[in-house]
Design a binder for this molecule. Structure first.
Ligand SMILES: Nc1ncnc2c1ncn2[C@@H]1O[C@H](COP(=O)(O)OP(=O)(O)OP(=O)(O)O)[C@@H](O)[C@H]1O
Length: 826
């Protein structure tokens, strides 16, 4: 199957016909001579004809054109003949947004096999109709309960209802607040393990009790922020920490008045919480700056683990001896990112600081005024959407006699409960919110790119009515995110090429101090562009998010995507991202989550976390997964995993035929969508051919995607095996015209030289700004380390002349350079 070699070869009008009209009559030797002369002339003329693209040619283009298969040509003639509307590629369906795309400067005849040689796709037996009734929301606020009934301070309640539009508690809040608010049963208060579905309101479940606990301190005469840090919340990523800090700040804006104090009294507006300052430590600012803020005092601190440990070890003015609360949010991600040892270090550091502070008091060395209840121990709360084995391990090392608090079904009173003790060894299923509509499309590799555009157009059209809706698209690696962001933001569909932008909207002020000092930013400025638009998605803003962007660019992208306070009036937005956005992020109005690449790590759990970015707090949402024909078994597999062994609930993904998707995205009658899709594919391919940078982005993305794909664990290799992928077809998904071999050569030099050396895709690509120690701490997970060990072992083996371990024989399907090379050449 090498049909990909002949795709999209444009035949320009002025290219002489290859048909040789032979001389009639005369001797056969004379006839042959004439025929040869003519043939030579045709070849010379062909060489003189300039390339259809006026852009610098890539090495791949320098090669002679390949011969088109008759079948392909025939097919394209049947399906891709330009029609009256075809220049407006793609014409919109009647209900589509106005996508007036200028006529592309395209050849008069298109030869494309985008719709031929694709494997036959059978839709698995799954509910196909649209009339599957949506279930009642499982993470919505409850009508049957009130915050007052749970013991929340009336001032907090009025702030929640008046300023934050939060009226009723969710199931996890109903379960957690009584436990965390209750007067402590003993000096040794119980630690808590908080578990519930995505988007169920875990953040408020611990923030409200912390604030309510600290509020009474406001009446102490000596209280001010120099009291030091009394509560610490740890989150695995900077984005999450920032998000929690934003919610905390919204809560602390609360202005408290004594009940008998009139609103007119002189100091009625004075906040009693003035001393209750929150701080954020995420490594974006210089250490000196952070130290200065710590010295002043930050009573409630939100931090990433690495930075917190750093200050505990190196900042003597960090006054944390009186810390009463420690929250470990997104515990499963903390474990996945390899923070177990860091957390242990933090706990030791906190204990040590407490001992020192007590000692200083006892020995009269402390300058502090007032008394402090040193008997009261620090309470630890661990939050997680899952109770996987590694999370239980973390609970075992950080919690003392914990209570398990969970909420699974919002509508059942008895399901919100606080168990007597922590469940151990349980393998409970982890399900998305019940109101989430889960879909999948089996997409032949060649059609992936155009199908993605079709799906985005469809979703955007549907959201036009509900302005401001957002769509998140998950991809396998940073290179792929960069490629798709630049491709959609750069393809013109025939418009004159836009001037290259000097820089994006990521202004200098967004850059962190460290980045300004040039310490961690290695990316060229243009790659840090934050926002893009695409003629195929009118009025839609496109963003990207991955760990290799500078902190400034990451936060700017999130801010742009989330929109301002009036999100409802804003343009729809699409965010291309890696798994860095899969946990905890609470972005308003996310209407759909598209898993263009299925998770390489974390399996079904990661799938549920990703789709959990929509359908939050009782709202609706859609999940879409792209499944390759060789991966169809994934659907049953993931349904089974979500269902769990004991659950009676049925979890179904609805299968949508790819033709339906393309038709609803591109419109037209009959198979017109095929021609429109072909034209879009051609426009993308032209963008790749436009210059070397674009071509390199595409090739890098292709190779990095391959590497990412090869890291699916061996337990999933019956579904995801690199051997099952047709490289030529996959190249199409990266708008590459070259066959894999050409990709390799065009990358400059030998394949061996150009393929990333046997490093894990994560190490070489996924989230790492080179030289960033903070990244090392924030993103180096156990799985990654194990994978790197396998890669290193393979490297040693081959260097010693050993035989490469067979693919998938280890935990990870790491292919060595030679192995990958062989596949590429296949
Ligand atoms: N009682 C409530 N009523 C209405 N909305 C709420 C309520 N509690 C929380 N929310 C909103 O629900 C959304 C999700 O909350 P939160 O981020 O705390 O969920 P989560 O359980 O931590 O999710 P994840 O596991 O994905 O991190 C937020 O936008 C929050 O403002």
């Amino acid at each position: 199957m090498d049909d990909d070699l002949v795709l999209n070869i444009a035949t320009d009008d002025h290219v002489p016909s290859k048909h040789i009209s032979g001389k009639k009559g005369g001797r056969w030797t004379e006839r042959l001579k004439v025929k040869r002369t003519l043939k030579r002339k045709v070849r010379t003329d062909e060489k003189k004809v300039p390339s259809s693209s006026s852009t610098p040619s890539t090495p791949a283009e320098d090669r002679p054109r390949k011969k088109a298969r008759v079948e392909s040509v025939q097919r394209s003639k049947d399906t891709a003949q330009p029609t009256e509307r075809s220049p407006q590629a793609p014409s919109k369906p009647s209900n589509q947004p106005k996508a007036s795309v200028p006529q592309p400067a395209r050849p008069t005849q298109i030869i494309s096999s985008l719709f031929s040689y694709n494997p036959k796709v059978d839709l698995p037996a799954s509910p196909q109709t649209n009339d599957v009734k949506p279930s009642a929301p499982s993470n919505a606020p409850l009508d049957s309960s009130t915050f007052a009934g749970l013991g929340l301070n009336p001032l907090l309640i009025s702030h929640l209802t008046g300023k934050m539009s939060i009226q009723k508690p969710t199931a996890i809040q109903r379960a957690a607040l009584p436990v965390l608010l209750s007067p402590l049963p003993s000096k040794a208060s119980r630690d808590v393990f908080l578990q519930s579905q995505t988007g169920s309101g875990k953040t408020l479940s611990y923030l409200l009790p912390i604030i309510q606990d600290l509020l009474p301190l406001s009446s102490l005469s000596y209280i001010d922020r120099s009291i030091g840090t009394l509560a610490i919340i740890i989150a695995p990523t900077r984005e999450l920490a920032k998000q929690i800090s934003d919610v905390l700040e919204a809560l602390l804006k609360m202005r408290l008045r004594a009940e008998d104090e009139s609103a007119d009294s002189a100091d009625a507006s004075a906040p009693m919480t003035r001393w209750l300052v929150s701080g954020l430590l995420i490594g974006g600012a210089t250490r000196t700056h952070e130290k200065a803020r710590l010295r002043k005092g930050l009573p409630i601190l939100v931090s990433t683990p690495g930075r917190l440990l750093d200050h505990l070890q190196n900042t003597s003015s960090f006054n944390v001896g009186k810390c009463r609360w420690l929250v470990l949010d997104e515990a499963d991600q903390l474990m996945e990112l390899g923070f177990e040892e860091t957390i242990k270090g933090i706990i030791q550091g906190l204990d040590g600081r407490r001992r020192l502070a007590q000692q200083a008091m006892a020995e009269g060395r402390s300058t502090e005024v007032g008394t402090w209840d040193w008997e009261r121990r620090r309470r630890t709360v661990l939050c997680s959407a899952t109770i996987r084995e590694d999370v239980q391990k973390l609970a075992g090392t950080t919690l003392i006699e914990p209570l398990m608090v969970k909420a699974t079904e919002a509508d059942k009173e008895e399901s919100s409960n606080a168990d007597k003790s922590l469940v151990t060894g349980a393998t409970e299923s982890f399900t998305p919110p019940s109101q989430l509509a889960q879909n999948f499309v089996t997409v032949p590799l060649k059609l992936r790119l155009v199908s993605l555009v079709a799906l985005l157009r469809k979703l955007v059209t549907e959201t036009q009515v509900r302005k401001g809706a957002k769509i998140i698209v998950f991809l396998s690696c940073t290179d792929s995110v960069d490629f798709h962001f630049n491709l959609l933001g750069g393809s013109t569909m025939g418009d004159p090429e836009p001037e290259p932008e000097a820089s994006g909207s990521d202004s200098d002020e967004n850059d962190s101090d460290e980045e300004k000092e040039g310490k961690s930013s290695e990316k060229p400025k243009q790659l840090e562009k934050v926002e893009a638009t695409c003629p195929l998605l009118p009025d839609v803003k496109i963003y990207r998010l991955h760990g290799s962007l500078t902190t400034g660019a990451r936060l700017a992208a999130l801010k742009g995507f989330a929109g301002g306070k009036k999100q409802v009036q804003e343009a729809p937005a699409v965010l291309f991202c890696t798994s860095v956005a899969s946990r905890g992020l609470d972005l308003p109005l996310v209407r759909a989550v598209v898993q263009y690449d299925l998770p390489t790590e974390g399996g079904a759990t990661e799938y549920v976390h990703r789709v959990g970015r929509t359908a939050r707090a009782g709202k609706g949402g859609e999940a879409w997964s792209f499944v390759a024909p060789s991966e169809v078994a994934w659907v049953k597999w993931v349904e089974g995993k979500m269902q769990g062994e004991e659950s009676n609930a049925t979890v179904h993904l609805r299968g949508v035929p790819v033709e339906d998707l393309l038709r609803s995205g591109f419109g037209g009658r009959g198979s017109e969508f095929e021609q429109r899709a072909t034209e879009i594919q051609l426009a993308f391919e032209r963008w790749v051919l436009r210059n070397k940078d674009n071509a390199n982005l595409a090739r890098k993305a292709f190779l990095s995607h391959m590497r990412a794909y090869s890291t699916h664990p061996s337990s999933e290799k019956h579904i995801f095996h690199i051997r099952n992928l047709h490289m030529g077809h996959l190249a199409k998904a990266f708008a590459l015209r070259d066959a894999p071999k050409a990709v390799k050569v065009a990358h400059g030099g030998s394949a061996k030289k150009n393929l990333p050396k046997t490093k894990s895709h994560r190490e070489s690509n996924k989230e790492k700004p080179a030289g960033s120690k903070e990244w090392e701490r924030d993103h180096s997970g156990d799985a990654e380390r194990r994978m790197q060990a396998v890669v290193r072992a393979q490297g040693r083996l081959t260097k010693q002349g050993g035989v490469m371990a067979s693919m998938g024989a280890s935990e990870f399907q790491i292919s060595g350079t030679a192995e990958l090379e062989k596949m590429l050449a296949r």
